[in-house]
Design a protein around this ligand. Sequence first.
Ligand SMILES: NC(=O)c1ccc[n+]([C@@H]2O[C@H](COP(=O)([O-])OP(=O)(O)OC[C@H]3O[C@@H](n4cnc5c(N)ncnc54)[C@H](OP(=O)(O)O)[C@@H]3O)[C@@H](O)[C@H]2O)c1
Length: 370
Amino acid sequence: MPTREGKLGVGVAGVGWCASQHITAFQKNPHTEVTWLVGRDAARTRANLVRYTLSVPDARITTRYEDLLDAPDVDIMVITTPNHLHAEQAVAAARAGRHIVLEKPTGLNEEELIRIRDAVRTAGVRTIVSFELRYNPYLKFVKWLQESGWLGEIRFARTQYLSRVTDWYSGWEWVRTRESGRSHLLAAGCHAVDALRWCAGREAVEASAIQTQFTAGYEWPTSILVNLRLEGRALGHVTSSTDFMLPYTFMVELMGDRATVRHDFIQTLDGALDVAALADANPFADVRLEAATDAGGRPGVRIFCPMPDSADVSHHPFQAEIDELVACILAGRETSISVFDAQKTMEVCLAADRSAEQGGAPVGLPLIKD
Ligand SMILES: NC(=O)c1ccc[n+]([C@@H]2O[C@H](COP(=O)([O-])OP(=O)(O)OC[C@H]3O[C@@H](n4cnc5c(N)ncnc54)[C@H](OP(=O)(O)O)[C@@H]3O)[C@@H](O)[C@H]2O)c1
């Protein structure tokens, strides 16, 4: 049911920090128009538009989520509300036949994940989940290195997400709670879990974790270390924390039986990496490779490209996420980060949280049988 000028209508629930990026991305997509906004208070919704320098003069503002489910000019629902509202709103949107942009975490427990999966499966709508770092040039390049065999068979994968989130954050009052934020991995570190899964191309079959808390104000532990058994005898590790006194850090390491990529440096045991051949094969125009040496003078290849090095959502590649969803809706095909795929990331997070709560005992994966 296209809207005026044949465009797909977009309704946004939860007009805050993250929604500002989705709204901007939909405004830049030639096939979509933002038609509705939902907030709990219309004046605050308008104030948030000003705060995030957005202009959406033709969008209607409502305080009732249900209005969007009934509106004929809403084809896509954007769910950017606090975490405890995602599942209920996603299920309702799917049942109303809306395509969905769903913010992470998709569901806060297995029951919510199953409800989302079943509602989307039954409705046959398109979904995309905001693990948007997958569109970052560095992550795309690292995944390509792995998939095209430059690293060989993956033996170990490690990701790190260190982001100091305190009361500067617009969502501080809800994110710090058990009810809505729920856990460090669910609220934030799921990006690192997703990056490990996606870049390594291996699913986790077991998770064990330990956790601790330093940062005051949170109702949940603020640092977690997750060990993973991956398919094919490989191991994985995720460090995720909001406790550290250093700039935002998002790191990826993949170690294969041919070569290793550690953050922005690729090395082999014998230094015999063919830089020219690698540069020739590199399919990404925004990734540059140069022969270089490490601090010990040993040879390798340095990666130059936009890195995932900012917590600010305005630096995150939401445009590519939104463009992919719209292209998939128009072409009638599945997205690369559907709720079905994202569910696997969420299951690893839930398994790790369960292990940490049980003192580190391993938890088998998947949690949900199909
Ligand atoms: N993918 C990413 O990189 C990324 C980055 C940041 C955030 N996120 C996700 O996006 C979602 C929103 O986060 P955000 O940073 O945009 O938070 P935010 O700035 O607090 O925005 C959330 C909005 O939801 C509305 N809301 C509705 N019900 C609410 C309730 N019960 N309590 C509080 N607010 C409520 C609020 O507007 P009203 O008060 O007007 O109703 C608020 O502006 C979260 O799920 C978060 O995990 C994802």
